[in-house]
Design a protein around this ligand. Sequence first.
Ligand code: PXP
Length: 253
Amino acid sequence: MTANANAKPPHRGPARLGVNIDHVATLRQARRGVEPDPVWAAAAAELGGADGITIHLREDRRHIQDRDLRVLRETVQVDLNLELAVEPEMVAIAVATRPDQVTLVPERREEVTTEGGLAVASRRGAVAEAVKRLRDAGIRVSAFLDPDPSEIDASVALGVDAIELHTGRYADAREGRDRDAELEALRAAGARIASAGVGLHAGHGLDYRNVADVALIPGMAELNIGHAIVCRAVFVGLEAAVREMKARIDAAR
Ligand code: PXP
């Protein structure tokens, strides 16, 4: 494997929790109004112990809007992680707004949510250009990948700071042998990422029941979770829902 120019020792201790608040913006966009405001959601998530706030500014602006990014950049006091397609105009928005971290994701207009990991090996030039522009602007770069060794190696070689493993297949698998196999794939990918000195993150489909095994993967530094937390927040409030998820992650260690 090619060495990563920014290699660091593996993360120790409980993983950080990044709370994805896109679903709050989705609810607002259902009426194209002002409520519920994702800016309020970010504040409540911080009060509940979130270590980061994650938003996805999609090219079709179906949930998070440019105004949300601007205001959140001013108000969020923990890490702001911006998920973004590998497109020059989206990268330019990040460079101008300076989130703490950008997570590069694939984007297809017809998808309900991000469906698979980013294809890095087959789009090396475009991804390399995005990574360079973002890192030159002082923004940490993470790549959202399936647990696929060739995609991991290609991303490590491009000098990303972190790799977020797509946990969707693990989350969708039936408990038992299927899920164990998906967990094993995540563990193997995690070991590859950590041994390259790249930050290990994970997300997608994680919930209160399936999070512990992923939080326990050695070197796991950050978990980005949205849907499960916002669903629980409908009944218990966002601050409490975040606090409960944070407790599950901490207890897994
Ligand atoms: N990480 C990435 C890269 C994502 O695209 C998403 C979904 O927006 C998440 C994490 C959070 O997924 P979920 O909402 O299923 O927790």
